[in-house]
Design a binder for this molecule. Structure first.
Ligand SMILES: O=c1ccn([C@H]2C[C@H](O)[C@@H](COP(=O)(O)OP(=O)(O)OP(=O)(O)O)O2)c(=O)[nH]1
Ligand SMILES: [Mg+2]
Length: 151
């Protein structure tokens, strides 16, 4: 079975020539690790959130999006995660990709330039036509939800 592949263009932003491009850390990794393009180390106090630049912008085909997800090691060891996880990078976004980090831990955490702070996973996005109707199709579940089948 052949896997589909897509070309995604990436542009380094001025002043960030030393920042590593997103990289897969193993052959079949889902995500490309993202590096912090902070000009100087940033200290995240417990409870503090910061928008961290990555130093690049993207142009991807319309059928894709990119998701920004936490790295589990940072979450487990330091309580550092991405607040809006998964962050959404729209196919038509040409600005700098940024990572909204939050410190859910009990200790201050320092983010160094070029440190791996999160990962970016590309996903297919089906093109959807929303069609307004007055009646929906019936199902066995109906409007039951939020645990109506039991705990
Ligand atoms: O973690 C993130 C989330 C978003 N973005 C950028 C890319 C995305 O395409 C854009 C808008 O994101 P989103 O739609 O989640 O935010 P919004 O609050 O709805 O902003 P907008 O009104 O600009 O869509 O911001 C990031 O760089 N990192
Ligand atoms: Mg939006």
């Amino acid at each position: 079975m052949s896997l589909s592949s897509f070309e995604v263009q990436i542009k380094r932003l001025a002043g960030h020539e030393d920042i590593k491009l997103p990289q897969k850390m193993s052959e079949l990794a889902s995500g490309f690790d993202l590096h912090a393009a902070v000009s100087e180390p940033i200290i995240l106090s417990p409870g503090q959130r910061e928008l961290i630049p990555t130093g690049f912008a993207l142009s991807m085909p319309p059928e894709l999006e990119a998701q920004i997800r936490p790295r589990s090691g940072l979450a487990y060891k330091h309580g550092i995660t991405s607040l809006n996880s998964p962050g959404t990078i729209d196919a038509d976004y040409r600005g700098e990709v940024k990572v909204l980090l939050i410190n859910h831990g009990q200790e201050p955490f320092t983010i160094q330039r070029n440190e791996r702070i999160a990962q970016m996973v590309f996903q297919l996005v089906p093109q959807i036509n929303l069609v307004e109707v007055t009646e929906l199709t019936e199902t066995e579940r109906g409007s039951g939800g939020f645990g109506h089948t039991g705990r």
